[in-house]
Design a protein around this ligand. Sequence first.
Ligand code: ATR
Length: 268
Amino acid sequence: MIAIKAAVIGHPVKHSLSPMIHNHWLKKHGIDGSYEAIDIAPEKLQATLSQLIDQGYAGFNVTIPHKIAVMDICDEIGAVAQAIGAVNTIRIDGGKVYGTNTDAFGFIENLRDQQPGWNAAHGPALVLGAGGAAKAIVYALREAGVKDIVVTNRTREKAEELGETVVDWQERNNAVQNAGLIVNTTSLGMNGQDPLEIDLSGSRAIVYDIVYRPLMTPLLRQAEDLGLPVVTGLGMLLHQARPAFKGWFKILPGVDNELQDMVLKAAQ
Ligand code: ATR
């Protein structure tokens, strides 16, 4: 048997946590395989990817800035990736390139993991932000059966493109009152960025931040101080990696404590 090879491709890519995650699972399951980070400049994407495919790679995780450009190279794109408009996972099979997106899965699995009591009946979801991550999250919430999704974004036009109810960014504090779930998909609150300014008083929502540097963002601290249930963001990264690993190495791995601790330490 030839060892199965996979990698994350991006630019830059050296800070990616994906090699740590996949190598943990390879070791844990005793699989003869490898997973590395490969830096590919945007103008070299097509040529380098073809070379790697010729070298027998089973697939790739795709990260910034290739998630959209790589769609042109795929022979087939799954329904989820098509709906989200971005590919984050590639599987090579019989020389064909299959593109999928596992971010929606990662988002919802992490929510169910940390708040098992959550379901669509919990009420409307308020999504802060309207970038690439928000697209996957709105898709995931719709699929999970959430009836009311409200999106608010600094740039209103981008929120409108998501096809859900839109609230002005300046009005976000009012939108908090009705929500059963509040999700921050913006980069606000991340180390080195401004905090997300929002007043959660009076809310009954589960508060989910996809930012994981730091793990407890100012938003999540405010929620905890008010006694609201919280969901931290690192698990989204861990869970989105699971179906990708399965696609290449044929085993659906789990998120164990050792993995969580290791990645958390590396991320902070
Ligand atoms: P990602 O793929 O992680 O979603 P992105 O597509 O660049 O990244 O989206 C970043 C999100 O954070 C956007 O919703 C952005 O708002 P704009 O669409 O108005 O740019 C939001 N964001 C970033 N910095 C912000 C800030 N200082 N205030 C409010 N929103 C901000």
